[in-house]
Design a protein around this ligand. Structure first.
Ligand code: S3P
Length: 421
C-alpha cells in the first residue's frame, strides 16, 4: 500500500520549516506529494530522494522561506496548494500559486480569508479568488483565533502553518473535527500544541507561535484512503481474502471502515499498534453487504471514500443514504455529480437530493459504461473497482490522474488478480 498522502505532504513541509535534517521513510511518491517537494525546494529547503520512499529534507527554520523565482505549480493537489499557501502566508515573501485545470476551478478564498486576518495580502487572483493567484505573506504575522466555516483539515492546517511564524497563540476552532495530522506532527517536531473538545464533534487547537522546530524522523504509514480501493474490491469480488498491511487507523480517518462494518463487511484488524499514528493490517474477505444510513457528522472522517462507498452501496442489498456531502462538490471534481454519473452510466439506480447521495443497492451492478473521470483520481479508481465485480466491464476515459495518489494502483490490483486492460 502506498504511503499516506496527508502525512507525506506534512512531513515535507514541516521538514522544510525545521532547522537541520529530517529523514522521511515510506513517503508517497505520487504526483501530488512530489509537487509539495518541489515547492519546498523552490522556497529554499534542500529536499533529496535517497531511496524508494526515503527522503531527506534540510529545513530553513520557521519564517525562513525565500521568495520563489517561479510560480509554484501545485498540479492537481489541493492539499499541496492550500498547505503551502498557509506556510507562505506567515512569511515576509511573495509567491505565485498555480495548478492544473481541476485545481484552477477549486475555491481558494477559504484559505485567503484567514490568511488576510494573519496579515497576508492577496495581490491578484483569477475570478472568484481562484488560481493562478499571487500572495504577499505577512511581514508581521498576527496570531488569530479562527473558526473554520466548513470542516476542512486543509483550512485548519493553513491557519496553523501561518501561525507558526506569529508571536503568541494561534487557535483554530472546528465544529466537526477533521484529520489531525498537522497538529500531531507539529508536536512531533517540538511545537507546543494543545487540543480540547469543542461541542459534541468539534475541536479547538491552539499552537504557540515561533517555536524552533527540531528535525524528527517520520515513518509514513499506508494511506487508508488508498487502501479503500483494494479493500472495496475484496468485499465485492467473490472468494476474495486479502491482507492490507500497515494501514493507518487514525480515528479521524476511519469513518469508511466503521461504515463498512455496519454494512456487514468481514474486516479484521490484525496486529493493531501505535507508531506515532495508529496502524493495523486489515484482513478483508468477500462479504454480503446491506444498505445503511451514513450520518453527516461522519463525513470529515471519510470524505475521500464516498465514491468507492457508493460503488459498494450498489453491490449491497437495500438503500444506502449518505448524508451531508456538500464538500464533495469542491474536490478534484464535483465528486457528488461525478459519483452519481458513474453509477447511473453503469445501470445503478441513484439519486442526489440536496447534499445527500442515495444509492439503491441490488446486490449487483450491470456495468458496461465508460466513466468520465473529470481529472479525479478517486473517480477513476472507484470505476475500475466497480468493473471488477460488475456484470459487464467498466471503462474509464482517463487513468492518468491515478498517479497523483496511488501510482502503483493498476499493478497492485493486477497482482490481486484484477483484469485491467
Ligand atoms: C486533506 C484534507 C481533505 C481531503 C484531502 C486531503 C488533507 O480535504 O479531502 O484529500 O491532507 O488535509 P479538506 O480538508 O478540504 O476536506
Amino acid at each position: 500500500m502506498p504511503g499516506d498522502k496527508s502525512i507525506s505532504h506534512r512531513a515535507l513541509i514541516l521538514g522544510a520549516l525545521a532547522v537541520g535534517e529530517t529523514r522521511i521513510s515510506g513517503l508517497l511518491e505520487g504526483e501530488d506529494v512530489l509537487n509539495t517537494a518541489k515547492a519546498m525546494q523552490a522556497l529554499g529547503a534542500r529536499v533529496e530522494r535517497i531511496g524508494e520512499g526515503s527522503w531527506r529534507v534540510n529545513g530553513v527554520g520557521v519564517g525562513g522561506f525565500a521568495a520563489p523565482k517561479d510560480a509554484i505549480d501545485c498540479g492537481n493537489s489541493g492539499t499541496a496548494c492550500r498547505l503551502v499557501m498557509g506556510a507562505v502566508g506567515g512569511c515576509p515573501i511573495d509567491a505565485t500559486f498555480d495548478g492544473d485545470a481541476s485545481l484552477r476551478k477549486r475555491p481558494m478564498k477559504r484559505i485567503l480569508d484567514p490568511l488576510e486576518l494573519v496579515g497576508a495580502r492577496t495581490v491578484e487572483t483569477a475570478e472568484g479568488g481562484r488560481l493562478p493567484l499571487r500572495l504577499a505573506g505577512a511581514r508581521d504575522p498576527i496570531p488569530i483565533i479562527y473558526r473554520t466555516p466548513v470542516p476542512s483539515a486543509q483550512i485548519k492546517s493553513a491557519v496553523l502553518l501561518a501561525g507558526l511564524n506569529a508571536p503568541g497563540e494561534t487557535t483554530v476552532i472546528e465544529s466537526e473535527a477533521s484529520r489531525d495530522h498537522t497538529e500531531r506532527m507539529l508536536g512531533h517536531f517540538g511545537a507546543e500544541v494543545r487540543t480540547a473538545p469543542e461541542g459534541v464533534h468539534g475541536r479547538r487547537i491552539t499552537l504557540k507561535g515561533q517555536p524552533e522546530l527540531a528535525p524528527a524522523p517520520v515513518m509514513v504509514p499506508a494511506d487508508p484512503s488508498s487502501a479503500a480501493f483494494p479493500m472495496a474490491a475484496a468485499l465485492i469480488v467473490p472468494g476474495s481474502d486479502v491482507i492490507l498491511p500497515d494501514v493507518m487507523t487514525n480515528p479521524l480517518r476511519t469513518g469508511f471502515v466503521t461504515t463498512l462494518m455496519e454494512m456487514g463487511a468481514r474486516i479484521e484488524k490484525l496486529n493493531l499498534r501505535d507508531e506515532g499514528e495508529e496502524m493495523t493490517d486489515f484482513r478483508v474477505r468477500a462479504s454480503a453487504l446491506n444498505g445503511v444510513d451514513v450520518p453527516a457528522h461522519r463525513a470529515p472522517s471519510m470524505i475521500d471514500e464516498y465514491p468507492v462507498l457508493a460503488v459498494l452501496a450498489a453491490f449491497a442489498e437495500g438503500t444506502t443514504v449518505m448524508h451531508g456531502l456538500k464538500e464533495l462538490r469542491v474536490k478534484e471534481s464535483d465528486r457528488l455529480a461525478a459519483t452519481a454519473d458513474m453509477l447511473r452510466g453503469n445501470g445503478v439506480s441513484v439519486e442526489v437530493e440536496g447534499d445527500d447521495l442515495i444509492v439503491h443497492g441490488r446486490g449487483r451492478a450491470p456495468g458496461g459504461g465508460v466513466v468520465a473521470t473529470h481529472m479525479d483520481h478517486r473517480i477513476a479508481m472507484s470505476a475500475l473497482v466497480m468493473g471488477l465485480a460488475a456484470e459487464k466491464p467498466v471503462g474509464v476515459d482517463d487513468t492518468a490522474f491515478i498517479a497523483t495518489s496511488f501510482p502503483g494502483f493498476v499493478a497492485t490490483m493486477r497482482n490481486l488478480g484484477a483484469a485491467i486492460a
